[in-house]
Design a protein around this ligand. Structure first.
Ligand code: GRF
Length: 201
């Protein structure tokens, strides 16, 4: 074990309940990690308030502030490096992650997806659409997948996957999402613990 905590960076676009679960696990000492930076593409995202509550700096960096994708990616990379980031967790980040960022953090970017990949993933599969697709498919069970991020949406190697959430006959995308979200919150911290064991000893 290295003699310092893992620097945890988070990218999120929305309310930030997964970010909150991760930052709480750090703050409570359940993970040998420290939240170092939250980046968003959305200045209004609830995740900024979450970060502030945990005393973690947060910033908005948007692609449209830059002339080129290269400059955008370089700014993200610099922000994470300057903050001392070892691991980046995507937690509801609604934009494609620039490939230069993926190259700058090899095997060190994780994403959480609220279904059992490779089912119900890929471009456009986010938010309620995922749960709509699960219900429409007739699948009897859903769950959560946490995977390494590579250049394609939802396609990197799976790190942890957990099923066991029954799809009930009266389920709406919202009711299903709520049960899946509970599992997301526990599983993401487990994935980070596993990453630390595998990559930071
Ligand atoms: C979660 O369902 C996550 O799996 C998906 O986006 C949602 C983000 O929710 N990628 P929150 O902002 O963490 O509450």
């Amino acid at each position: 074990m290295k003699d310092r905590p893992v620097g945890l960076g988070i990218m999120a676009s929305g309310r930030g309940s997964n970010a909150e679960a991760l930052l709480a696990a750090c703050a409570e000492g359940r993970l040998n990690a420290k939240g170092v930076l939250v980046l968003s593409n959305n200045p209004e995202a609830g995740v900024h308030d979450v970060a502030a509550r945990f005393g973690v700096p947060s910033r908005t960096i948007r692609r449209d502030e830059f002339e080129s994708g290269e400059e955008f990616a370089a700014t993200l990379i610099r922000a994470f490096h300057d903050a001392g980031t070892d691991l980046i967790c995507l937690a509801g980040y609604m934009r494609k992650v620039p490939s230069a960022l993926i190259r700058a953090f090899p095997d060190a970017i994780l994403n959480i997806h609220p279904a059992l990949l490779p089912r119900h993933g890929g471009k456009g599969m986010y938010g309620p659409r995922v749960h709509e697709a699960v219900i429409a498919s007739g699948d009897r069970e859903t769950g959560v997948s946490i995977h390494y991020v590579d250049a394609e949406y939802d396609r990197g190697p799976i790190m942890i996957q957990r099923g066991g959430i029954e799809v009930r006959s009266g389920d709406t995308p919202e009711s299903l999402a709520a049960r899946v979200l509970e599992l997301e919150h526990t599983l993401y911290a487990q994935a980070v613990a596993r990453w630390i064991e595998q990559h930071f000893t």
